[in-house]
Design a protein around this ligand. Sequence first.
Ligand code: HEC
Length: 578
Amino acid sequence: MLRLKIFAKLAAATSLTALVCMSANAQDRISDFSLVDADGRFFQLSRNAHKNAIVLLAYDMESRDARRAAGDLEDLAEQFADQQVDFLVINSTGLADKTVMREEAEDEDISLRILMDDTQLVAEELGLTRAAEVAIIDPQASAVVYRGALSSRHADGSRSERNAGSYAEEALTAILAGGEISSETLASTGDALDFTAKTAFLESVTYADDVAPILEQRCSACHQEGGVAPFAMESHQMIQGWSPMIRESLMTKRMPPGQIDNEYVQAFHDINHITVEETQKLVHWIDTGARNEGSTDPLAALDISPAKWLNGEPDMIIDIPPQQIPATGVLEYRNLVVPLDIDEDVWVKAVEFEAGDPAVLHHIIAFSYGPDGINQFEILNQGIGLGAYAPGNELNLYPENAGFPLEAGGGLLLQMHYTVSGKETVDASQIGLYLWEEEPEKVVLGGSAADMDIDVPPFSTKEMVATKTFREDVYLSMLGPHMHFRGYDANFKLRYPDGRVEEVLNIPNYQFNWQKVYDFKEPMFLPAGTELVFRGTFDNTEYNPNNPDPSVTLNWGEQTWQEMFFGFFRYTEADSGE
Ligand code: HEC
């Protein structure tokens, strides 16, 4: 859509403009990036590659210029409605609190989508330095094609010296016509964005003291020799070689995988997470050459031999029948039926998984069945069953005093997901069960807010909501969304009997590949009548990189190329009077 000659023209115009502070270097290639917006929704540049242009306005709540510019941007958005142009506001002041931003948007009447650039890394990537400044991206070329004031109203020195006009509008018109961008590029009058908060600590970042410990803590559980990830973070040399990919995986929030919204990280056990500060440190270290100035390499010295049975020797060890895993190809989920040799009912206190070959074992979900055999409906009602394995998440604990019942004469149904490693192998994994000596006070119960009536037309997206009302007082202890390849985002809210609504978990970028469940650190008390509201979006468009076929209508089905819509949960009944 954009031709090279436009770049040339723009560059020429730039050099003629003496007033320019922020030059519109029209060939500024940018990396793909992802951000969460003020409503907790996910935005990724590459998923918008089909748009003609993406316009981003740097916002700062302290800046009057920015507020006015936001209003003007709304007008511009109306003018270019239906032209496949996205108009977005981006808060790059480092503000992470979405509630504050939402309140501001309401006060200021901003209806455009507001991206939260909490690491400020996207502002840096786009070259945004001032409030009220605009960057226009050509998403196909992954390039910033215009950067500067929105219009003469927001331009430095413009009133006296320049003709009134909307520079962004002119640039957009030119882009849409495939013609020349004739507008001159002027710097915005907005205040400089404050990047100082992070520059101080970034200057002192070193490989040995900062980078290696972050990688060790956040990545090496999977990125180790024999681990599930494709390369081992075992030396500085390795990291330096992979650093462009590492940078992109951080900018797009792809790694660590299965990230949830910041505000909920503290509420759950064992969340794959990387903080704002850690991300900034890694990206800046990579941007300055990814060097190791010191003489030591903590990653090379790392002892990665995994501990077996973190919870101590289990009461019962179940050998999963060994699985042949080919060297290449995509493997369908395998469902294994494993009868248990128990002649009386037992109560499970905790479950731990031991991966046989962590390089290929991606996840296991363990369900139980009783003496009457497997009943699909009962299985679905177990939510996520006894527990789940994912790399770095071997141990599953239940709330205190609660047990998961296993009936005599029954067994386990295991859903196994393997990926290939390039080498043929046999996976012989084990499950360790820790049992209560006698029947515990409470039973671990499971269920789901589900809707089987799925109907998503080809090449479209659809949001769905399913609810489940608790009839008794309960303690909610786990949440887990389940969709397939078209699952895009997932969200859980509680609607209390008094009408109050509380969001409890938001997953802006749902990834089917990571069947995550979320165990509350403190189970939540829900009074009888509380409704769990599970919301999720299906993305059946061609812009979903995981979509096997956007041309089909999606309906309910067990195969991964069909869809499911489950908001699983686990709970225990509360004692009366609690
Ligand atoms: C829970 C396991 C796990 C953790 C933790 C993890 N990775 Fe990965 N990583 C993977 C897997 C598996 C892949 C292969 C691609 C896939 O399945 O998404 C991968 C792929 C990658 C790639 C290759 C490019 C790509 O996007 O496919 C990079 C780079 C990467 N990871 C960086 C990191 C960094 C940096 C961290 C820590 C901040 C991290 N990973 C943490 C499992 C993990």
